[in-house]
Write a protein that binds this ligand. Structure first.
Ligand code: PAF
Length: 282
């Protein structure tokens, strides 16, 4: 595995790798867990080489968010990627990504607006901007993202369509199902922030979501099921529910009733100062 942190050598390495066939990119912010490694394994099935980027992107963190304390463990991450047979680790410095004078922002309207977009103003501009740059830097044929960040995936797909990024004729942006711990909690680098007590209580999130979906499928009103979910979270140590919404799976428009169209329950809630997100098919 070659590790590169500047653009010029990156272009040389990418040019050589692409001679062997399709190149897949797995963008990450590091602190890798089984969820990320699943993305790498899926990417390996579809490409001659896999590139992983690790970049803790300052532009997607709000002023009061966890940029400084976001876990950074480059040596351990690098060893994991090497063991998975990754060909290229692209780990740009902040200066390589956003040189002096950098002034361009990408904003995807509509799908970015509600849910995490409302709770974290500017977050999806930061995500869209860095992912667009990563696509232009690595020029992958395929890119893999976790479905755990369902809204992020929708934002990136919209941006790629709108800006003609990657190959439009193939489904080049691939969402991979959320990987969960044995008790059902979605894997996330931020789970490391949870105390043992909060970690045990955090299972109320997937449990409550599954219950709400079952209730609505059995005919209960969405409003009542969401109120019960919110109460269950607050009774189990969560301090705040940023949102809990049934949405159209593609447009993310809020739903007041399920139809035949694919739907998703999306939730963001805080426990012990940590913000957890999850989503499930409804
Ligand atoms: O999901 C993430 O880890 C990040 O939002 C991403 C896509 C790597 C952009 O910084």
């Amino acid at each position: 595995m070659q590790t590169v942190s500047q653009l010029d050598p990156l272009r040389d390495v990418v040019a050589v790798l692409k001679k062997d066939g399709p190149l897949a990119l797995v963008p990450t912010m590091g602190a890798l867990h089984e969820g990320h490694l699943t993305l790498v394994r899926e990417a390996k099935k579809r490409a001659a080489h896999v590139a992983v980027s690790i970049f803790v992107n300052p532009r997607q963190f709000g002023a009061n968010e966890d940029l400084d304390k976001y876990p950074r463990q480059m040596a351990a991450d690098s060893a994991l990627l090497q063991a998975e047979g990754v060909s290229l680790l692209w780990a740009p410095t902040v200066e390589a990504m956003y040189p002096q004078g950098y002034a361009t922002n990408i904003s995807v309207s509509g799908v970015s607006d509600g849910l995490c977009g409302a709770a974290r103003p500017g977050h999806f501009d930061g995500v869209a901007t860095v992912v667009c740059k990563l696509f232009n830097q690595v020029r992958p044929d395929l890119a893999f993202f976790g479905e755990k960040d369902w809204q992020q995936l929708a934002v990136i797909r919209r941006m790629a369509r709108d800006l003609d990024l990657l190959e439009p004729k193939v489904d080049a942006i691939i969402g991979v199902a959320t990987v969960r711990e044995a008790d059902g909690l979605a894997m996330s680098s931020r789970n490391a922030y949870l105390s043992a007590e909060d970690r045990a209580r955090a299972v109320a999130l997937p449990d409550g979501m599954r219950r709400a979906i079952a209730e609505v499928r059995a005919g209960a009103a969405i409003g009542g099921a969401l109120a019960a979910l919110q109460s269950a979270l607050l009774a189990n140590g969560f301090s705040q529910v940023d949102y809990a919404q049934f949405c159209d799976a593609s447009s993310l428009a809020p739903l007041t009733a399920l139809t035949d169209a694919p739907a998703r329950l999306l939730v963001a809630a805080r426990i012990g100062g940590t913000r957890l997100i999850d989503n499930m098919a409804a």
